[in-house]
Each structure stands twice: as structure tokens, then as C-alpha cells.
Design a protein around this ligand. Structure first.
Ligand SMILES: NC(=O)c1ccc[n+]([C@@H]2O[C@H](COP(=O)([O-])OP(=O)(O)OC[C@H]3O[C@@H](n4cnc5c(N)ncnc54)[C@H](OP(=O)(O)O)[C@@H]3O)[C@@H](O)[C@H]2O)c1
Length: 289
């Protein structure tokens, strides 16, 4: 029998909801239960990914955990099995296409499929663009942009057979407003945000929802494992939200069917200011070039 395409409500019709970010209709996202759902989390060995994997398990999900450090993944898997959920480890570099395939194969072999894909692994660098080597840009774009996009490409046929399938892309508030000294990182997150918005309506037609997460400053190993750090950032570091709180908010966004999440009140205010008074934000940031 031929598959029936879902009909999207149009303006004026019941069920229509304008995108609060003002980029047009993007469709409704389903509310989700997480009990017995199968999730794959990249960058699950530390920070947001680690906490997210554990929080998803707490809500009843089984997990495929991907990162390079096997011993750290084993520790996360042990925490998950204490919650009486299953966890499979795929230790490897996710920029390697074979590792991505292995992670998807693990979900199918161990759990019989995949319902939730969380693209979380990421890396940053600090320093002025003019003083940076070209070698700084490529690995940032590779991990933060090409990896999630290619993993999504490969995961689509698997997710289509899943239950209420969802992709969550972990971007950044710097994917909404670029800042000096983080040019390559801002660019990589803008690319991920643009891609997420663009494919959301396409994937909606296939029954797959897309949640875009823009965390503000978060306490994690992120700032210890920078690809490069040239000079001090010329502003006082803002307070960082604990990674477990970011994870809790992401899980709550998944459950309640939100399509865009900014973590932290100050981050939301910053993006609001950028939208209503972009020239003022330009002037503020010009002081820090
Ligand atoms: N912390 C913040 O302030 C902040 C703010 C906004 C957005 N974010 C975003 O949030 C996401 C998570 O970052 P985090 O703050 O939790 O930082 P984190 O603690 O450094 O976590 C990064 C994770 O990515 C994994 N990873 C890095 N390179 C990898 C590779 N080549 N292959 C496989 N896994 C790799 C790391 O594990 P291994 O080293 O074991 O491979 C680690 O599990 C990132 O996308 C980041 O850009 C963070």
C-alpha cells in the first residue's frame, strides 16, 4: 500500500502554529514518552552527553554511547545499568565514517532499531581568526557540522522504522549570534543551526522530528579540551550551568515536543537583545575584537 504523506495544517487551519523564531511554519512536534525508547548519544563520555545519556536512561531509554574514551563510556554504561536500562558502548572517533556506521549497527543489533539520535559531540577553539592556522578550522567544522549531518544522512532509514523518531542537534547560542575569538566555532554552530532548520520540514514529512538545542555556557570539559587557545578571552567568563541541568532541560524539551531550546535565562535574554537591538550587540562585541 502506498504511504500517505502527512498533511501539514496551513495558516488559519486547526493545528497551525507559527514558528516562534519567525522563520515560518515548521510543523508541530510530537510529545514523547521515553520509556523503552532506543537512543544514540555522541560525545557521551563527558559533560552534556554523559548527563543526557544518564537522564534518558532515568526516563526509561536504552542507550548507544559513542565517544573516543572507552573507559569513560564504561563508567557511564555502569551508571545506566544501575538504572536497570541497557547501554552499548561504541568507542571510536566519530569523524571516522566506519565508527558512525558501527554505532548505527549497534543500535539495530542490540536494540532492534533506533528512535532518538542525539548529535552532541563537539569541540571549540579560542583566539583571533587572523592569528589562527587554517588547520584550526577544518577539524572544528568536521566534528561540529559534517559529522552530525552525515550521521543524520545514514540514520534516516533506521529512524524511519523507529517509534516517534527524533533527532536532537546540540548547537550553541553562538550558532545564533557569533562572537569574536570564537569565529570558527561560531561558524560551525551556525552551519548546524541552518541545516537543522532547513531539514526539519523535510524530515517531518518522513515522520522524524528535529530538536535544535542552543546551550549557553555550561560546566563541562569543553573549556579544558579546546583545540587551541591563543590568549585570554577579553571578557569575564559568564557563570556556567551544570551539565546535568542542561541535560534535564533537553530531556524535558524532548518530552514536551519543543523544537528549539536555549538553556539559561541570561542566554535567552542575550539572544532576545540580539534580535531586537542587533546594532547594540554589534557595538558591545566591537569592544572585544
Ligand atoms: N560547554 C559549553 O559551554 C557549551 C555551550 C554551548 C554548546 N556546547 C556544545 O555542547 C556539546 C557537548 O559539549 P560539552 O560541553 O559537554 O563538552 P565536553 O565535556 O568536552 O564533551 C564533548 C564530548 O564529545 C566527545 N568527542 C570529542 N571529539 C570526539 C570525536 N572525534 N569522536 C567522538 N567523540 C568525540 C568527547 O569524548 P571523547 O574525548 O571521549 O571522545 C566528549 O564526550 C558540544 O557540541 C558543544 O559544542 C557546549
Amino acid at each position: 500500500m502506498e504511504a500517505v504523506e502527512p498533511k501539514h495544517p496551513r495558516f488559519g487551519e486547526r493545528g497551525y502554529r507559527a514558528d516562534p523564531r519567525g522563520v515560518g511554519y515548521i510543523g508541530l512536534m510530537a510529545k514523547r514518552k521515553l520509556k523503552d525508547r532506543r537512543a544514540l548519544v555522541t560525545g557521551a563520555s563527558s559533560g552534556i552527553g554523559r548527563e543526557l545519556a544518564i537522564e534518558l536512561a532515568r526516563k526509561g531509554a536504552d542507550l548507544v554511547l559513542v565517544a573516543r574514551r572507552a573507559e569513560r563510556l564504561a563508567e557511564v554504561a555502569a551508571a545506566i545499568s544501575k538504572l536497570n536500562r541497557r547501554a552499548v558502548i561504541v568507542a571510536g572517533d566519530i569523524t571516522d565514517a566506519a565508527v558512525r556506521s558501527q554505532a548505527l549497527a549497534a543500535a539495530q543489533q542490540e536494540f532492534g532499531g533506533l528512535d532518538i539520535l542525539i548529535n552532541n559531540a563537539g569541540v571549540a577553539a579560542h583566539g583571533r581568526f587572523a592569528e589562527a592556522d587554517p588547520a584550526r578550522l577544518r577539524p572544528i567544522m568536521e566534528l561540529n557540522f559534517f559529522v552530525p549531518v552525515e550521521l543524520i544522512r545514514e540514520a534516516i532509514p533506521v529512524l524511519r522504522t523507529g517509534r516517534d523518531p527524533l533527532i536532537a542537534n546540540v548547537g550553541s547560542i553562538l550558532g545564533e549570534r557569533g562572537v569574536p575569538h570564537k569565529s570558527e566555532y561560531s561558524a560551525s554552530k551556525f552551519a548546524l543551526h541552518g541545516f537543522s532548520e532547513a531539514v526539519r520540514p523535510e524530515l517531518k514529512r518522513l515522520g522524524i522530528d528535529v530538536l535544535l538545542v542552543a546551550p549557553g555556557p555550561t560546566e563541562s570539559e569543553h573549556f579544558e579540551v579546546l583545540l587551541e587557545e591563543k590568549g585570554e578571552l577579553p571578557w569575564a567568563e559568564p557563570a556556567r550551568m551544570p551539565a546535568c541541568e542542561v541535560a534535564r532541560q533537553i530531556v524535558s524539551a524532548i518530552q514536551s515536543g519543543r523544537h528549539f531550546l536555549v538553556t539559561g535565562r541570561k542566554s535567552r535574554l542575550w539572544l532576545l537583545l540580539n534580535r531586537v537591538a542587533p546594532r547594540l550587540v554589534d557595538r558591545i562585541l566591537n569592544r572585544y575584537g
